[in-house]
Design a protein around this ligand. Structure first.
Ligand code: C2E
Ligand code: MG
Ligand code: MG
Length: 702
């Protein structure tokens, strides 16, 4: 009889007849199958229930071990989920009704156990219980879900009164579900427009009117019960009943404060420099564009200052990036302190800063700020135990005079900054239109320079150096000339820097060295005594890894004695990296080559290094020689250098001697050698050969 699908019915009665009748009916029932178990006492019933598997209970409330409603209560307490029907005597209907009130599913009247009634009732209560259980589970699941999500959920009825809040909604609004129930949504969920501060219509009201889903206006602010404001984002939808009729609505919303803060942070990062937190190039451009629009409308001007630190790279290379970074931060602070809050200090990257001075009344305002910056950077920075000094070179361009758009303004300020660097750093320059001409000219020169070597457009001129005591020629300095087919003779000042910056100086310098050595050999072979030849070496050549070996190769190939070659290296090149300079100089010295410091006095030598360098000759820069007769200098530096050279046992050569008066001064201080127009201009090889043969007239002292 029994099958898997059979429902287990527990019959609890002391009345054996009732039990048998019920058993028979159920066994025969079409609604079956039912499995019947019969116990006579409450205690047995309870024991059986503990074992589980019972789908419904039929109980007679008067048992041998329990009577009346107590019987029901005990059973119901033991199995609250199992449907219970009571078997009641006709005179006891009141008791059966009481049991129903306390949770019983109904009762069967004794003596009236109709053959279809009993199984049908059992089937119904068992099914109802199952449906209830499913509903309960679904509801529980929904409840748990709603309370575990971080979104706030509020339900309302058709009139917009709140009938549900999940936990998140309680937290966000500050209303508990119990308090909120029955209050209008507009009271529980007060919202305003973030921009205007005006109250916003709750989307629930619109949903109920229009019976379709709605979203909040962007920038909506929720005012919590405690008055705090929270930025939110939401959507609301209608709820429909079984017939598809709208019966209420649900609104779902969440706090977007964190998302908004994150978005703000991202926007900030995209527009600011990570290291200094200053606006970056993107934001600066934006600000300049805005400032231009304003200036145009008001007829005012504005200025852009391009600030580049002069010796930053050196500090960064020698002390490391951590120190470099801190220095940039310190500089950023000082720059910011030099401008008004309406101005913008930005970092372009590296050691470059650009400042927008908006609403300039006078062009002089920009100059004032530039002066302020120069002054502000005068004081040293103390960073990680180092006392650091950086100076700025500043270029200024002005709207509308120099450019009418942001990009050109910055570009022109940059060009002006290069001029400031060229003028000896630590100063500022206003942009002038001829600077652009220069930039173009520079480009043209570089293009032509690329072909100059192969087209054999270079020649060397030779300028004698003279022993001031004897008037004899002690050697020549080889000076490079570029014979351009269209431009004519181009002097090194116009192209050597460009050749250095483009790297072209390396092959050009090698040509110079080879040509100079070869020329001396030709003079020697012609029976002349050229004594020695000095060749200028640029920074890039000097630091080139093949330089020393290149010199050796050229000496070998030309057959020139190493002592006849003198290499001139400027003081600033030597001082830039004194340690490695010493090593390179030493290798050259070991080869037997003579070494000279060119433009001495202009490169801030440290005496201790100068002492270390294996130097033979100091060439006093011509600017000091020119000072000899002037009121401000009176030759003080020249005197000092001569004295120093003597004590360091180095020969001193005075450059740029043009006048008798200078010569007399130098001779009086025992300067050994001189070079300059007073003795001879730089000459082509043939002329120089003639000079070697004849000697320099009128200089031999007696
Ligand atoms: P420098 O080595 O100091 O050369 C001396 C410069 O002074 C030369 O200019 C020379 O013509 C000029 N000078 C000579 N006597 C007098 C004088 O009495 N008065 C005045 N005012 N100037 C005088 P130049 O030939 O125009 O060369 C300029 C610079 O270009 C040189 O300065 C040197 O640094 C560089 N240079 C020249 N040739 C070469 C080269 O082959 N390679 C490299 N790397 N640089 C070179
Ligand atoms: Mg020189
Ligand atoms: Mg010089």
């Amino acid at each position: 009889m029994s099958s898997v699908m059979a429902n287990k019915i527990l019959i609890v009665t002391g009345d054996a007849t009732d039990a048998k009748t019920l058993g028979d009916i159920l066994h025969k029932a079409k609604d079956g199958p039912f499995d019947i178990e019969w116990v006579t006492r409450l205690t047995d019933a309870l024991e059986r229930l503990r074992a589980g598997g019972i789908d419904a209970i039929l109980v007679d409330l008067s048992l041998s071990d329990s009577q009346g409603i107590e019987t029901f209560d005990t059973l119901f307490g033991a199995a609250p989920q199992t449907p219970i029907l009571t078997l009641s005597a006709e005179e006891d209907e009141a008791l059966a009704t009481e049991a129903v009130q306390r949770g019983s599913q109904g009762y069967l009247s004794k003596g009236h156990f109709g053959s279809y009634l009993v199984p049908q009732s059992l089937r119904n209560i068992i099914q109802r219980k199952a449906v209830e259980e499913t509903l309960y589970l679904e509801k529980a699941r929904a409840e748990i879900t709603l309370n575990s999500i971080s979104d706030a959920v509020i339900g309302t009825d058709m009139s917009g009164n709140v009938d549900y809040l999940n936990v998140a909604a309680e937290h966000m609004t500050g209303w508990l579900m119990e308090e909120a129930r029955g209050h209008p949504i507009s009271e529980v969920m007060q919202i305003i427009n973030g921009a205007t501060g005006k109250p916003e219509t709750n989307p629930v009201e619109l949903v109920l009117q229009q019976n379709k889903p709605m979203g909040l206006v962007a920038g909506t602010i929720l005012i919590r019960r405690d008055g705090r404001k929270v930025a939110i984002e939401d959507s609301s939808a209608p709820i429909h009943d079984l017939n598809g009729k709208i019966s209420g609505s649900v609104i779902v919303f969440h706090d977007i404060t964190a998302a908004e803060a994150m978005a703000k942070k991202m926007a900030h990062l995209a527009q600011h420099d990570f290291l200094t937190n200053l606006p970056n190039r993107v934001l600066l451009n934006d600000r300049i564009e805005q400032a231009i629009i304003l200036a145009e409308r008001r007829g005012t001007t504005l200025a852009v200052l391009f600030v580049d630190l002069d010796n930053f790279k050196h500090i960064n290379d020698s002390l490391g990036h951590a120190v470099g970074d801190q220095l940039l931060q310190s500089v950023a602070q000082r720059l910011t302190s030099c401008v008004r809050s309406s101005d913008t200090v930005s970092r372009q990257g590296g050691d470059e800063f650009v400042i927008l001075v908006s609403e300039d009344k006078y062009v002089e305002d920009a100059a004032l700020i530039a002066d302020k910056i120069l002054a502000a950077l005068e004081a040293p920075h103390s960073i990680a135990g180092n006392t650091l000094h950086v100076t700025p070179s500043i270029g200024i361009s002005v709207y509308p005079a120099d450019a009418r758009d942001a990009e050109t303004l910055v570009k022109n300020a940059d060009t002006a900054m290069y001029r400031a660097k060229g003028k000896g750093r630590n100063n500022y320059q206003f942009f002038t239109s001829d600077m652009n001409v220069r930039a173009v000219e520079r480009q043209t020169i570089e293009t032509h320079l690329r072909h100059a070597l192969e087209r054999q457009e270079f020649v060397l001129h030779y300028q004698p150096k003279v022993n001031l005591a004897t008037g004899k020629i002690t050697g020549a300095e080889a000076l490079l000339r570029w014979m351009h087919p269209q431009w004519g003779m181009v002097l090194p000042d116009r192209f050597v820097t460009i050749a250095e910056e483009s790297g072209l100086i390396v092959p050009i310098g090698r040509w110079v060295l080879r040509e100079a050595c070869a020329q001396v050999r030709r003079w020697e072979e012609a029976g002349l005594n050229p004594a020695s030849i000095a060749v200028n070496i640029s920074a890039l050549e000097f630091r080139h890894k093949d330089f020393v070996e290149g010199v050796r190769t050229i000496l070998n190939e030309t057959g020139l004695a190493p002592r006849c070659l003198q290499l001139e290296i400027t003081e600033s090149v030597l001082m830039r990296n004194a340690e490695s300079s010493t090593a390179i100089l030493q290798r050259l010295k070991n080869m037997g080559v003579q070494l000279a410091v060119d433009d001495f006095g202009t490169g801030y030598s440290s005496l201790s290094y100068l002492h270390q360098f294996p130097i033979d000759v100091l060439k006093i820069d011509q600017s000091f020689v020119q000072d000899i007769a002037s009121h401000k200098g009176n030759g003080i530096i020249v005197s000092a250098v001569i004295a120093m050279g003597t004590s360091l046992k180095q020969r001193v050569v005075a450059e740029g001697v043009e006048e008798q008066e200078q010569l007399a001064f130098l001779k009086a201080r025992n300067c050994e050698e001189g070079q300059g127009y007073f003795f001879s201009l730089p000459l082509i090889a043939e002329q120089y050969a003639a000079l070697l043969a004849a000697g320099i007239p009128g200089t031999v002292s007696h």
